[in-house]
Design a protein around this ligand. Structure first.
Ligand code: FAD
Ligand code: MG
Length: 283
């Protein structure tokens, strides 16, 4: 049968969905830090999503995504038993897992789930894992318990102060660094502006930092060039050269600017999509 069956689906928070998909060949070669390119339907966009977990024995992969536009809304509307048109992967270079002593994992928003397999792998490799997780409010702090299970320490921040430190997760990291915290490595994932400020902070303290980048990506095979980023003034493709790069080498301003290149078209498409969904529901 064509496609990849959805075998589990759960709302983790408002607008954040966890989905397990039957994809045995992907599951059996997946490594932490890799991702897949998903097409919900035949005419649907290709969108990259991180491999959050997987089981080779049971043949499934786990994706966690936030509904932000047409493709993720469409995906979020699919249910157990339905099939994704295509799942390509695993794509990207796996995270370089080594013994660094103490590794600080810094993650914001939906990306907390993407940080989970990496934090787990660093822990399994014998590191002390100190996790810093942040979200807009406490309801959006997904994967908190799972992160806590595989971390030696967890530090929480929320923008509105509904849980933990009131402010950004990078401010929380900065506070700890000021207090003398000296990790061997910082690994960061989240919205690009958050990763940029993390990079600025860690550069000041001289702590090597790896960032998992999230540019607009289409083919996932190094051909289309949509996911190009400037690293140390050279063009690299996030899909085949990344997705992780030394955070200090990234041209963050260009990445942030390119992420909003189609914002007008995206919000227009979303408006039309939500209106058509309302009409269908109303019938
Ligand atoms: P749109 O309305 O089309 O776009 C909303 C915003 O998302 C845009 O302004 C743009 O900044 C970004 N975006 C749009 N199209 C793409 C695209 N093709 N590729 C990347 N970004 C795009 N999101 C998750 O929620 N969970 C994940 O695990 C996850 N992993 C990712 C891993 C990688 C390697 C990359 C590059 C991105 C990842 N993303 C993840 C981001 C996710 O792909 C986008 O949120 C999604 O493509 C948005 O599509 P849309 O049509 O719903 O929204
Ligand atoms: Mg889109």
């Amino acid at each position: 049968m064509v496609g990849f069956e959805i075998i589990n689906r759960k709302n983790l928070a408002e607008g954040i969905v966890e989905m397990d998909v039957h994809a045995p060949r992907v599951a059996c070669s997946a490594r932490p830090g890799q991702f897949v390119i998903v097409m919900a339907c035949e005419e649907c966009e290709r969108i990259p999503l991180t491999l959050v977990d997987w089981s080779c024995r049971e043949g499934w992969i786990r994706l966690v995504f936030q509904e932000v536009g047409v493709s993720t809304y469409k995906l979020g509307m699919m249910d157990v038993g339905e099939r994704l048109y295509h799942v390509a992967g695993p794509i990207g270079n796996p995270t370089h897992i080594d013994k660094f002593g103490t590794v600080a994992i810094v993650a914001g928003g939906v990306a907390i789930a993407a940080a989970y397999p990496i934090a787990r792998a660093f822990k399994e490799a014998g590191n002390i894992v100190v996790s810093f997780i942040g979200a807009r409010n406490s309801r959006l702090l997904i994967y908190r318990d799972r992160i806590a299970k595989i971390s030696d320490e967890v530090h929480i921040s929320t923008d509105d102060g509904s849980e933990g430190f009131k402010g950004f997760v990078t401010q929380l990291l900065e506070k700890r660094l000021v207090d003398g915290f000296k990790p061997g490595l910082v690994w960061v994932v989240g919205p690009a502006p958050m990763m940029r400020s993390c990079s600025t902070v860690t550069k000041r303290f001289g702590v090597k930092t790896i960032a998992s980048l999230n540019p607009i990506m289409v083919c996932g095979m190094g051909m289309c060039g949509a996911c190009r980023v400037r690293i140390k003034n050279e063009i690299r493709f996030t899909c085949v050269d990344g997705p992780e790069f030394d955070a200090w080498d990234v041209d963050w301003d260009e990445l942030i600017q390119r992420l909003s290149a189609y914002r007008e078209e995206e919000s227009y498409a979303l408006k039309l999509f939500l209106e058509s969904r309302k009409t269908k529901v109303g019938r």
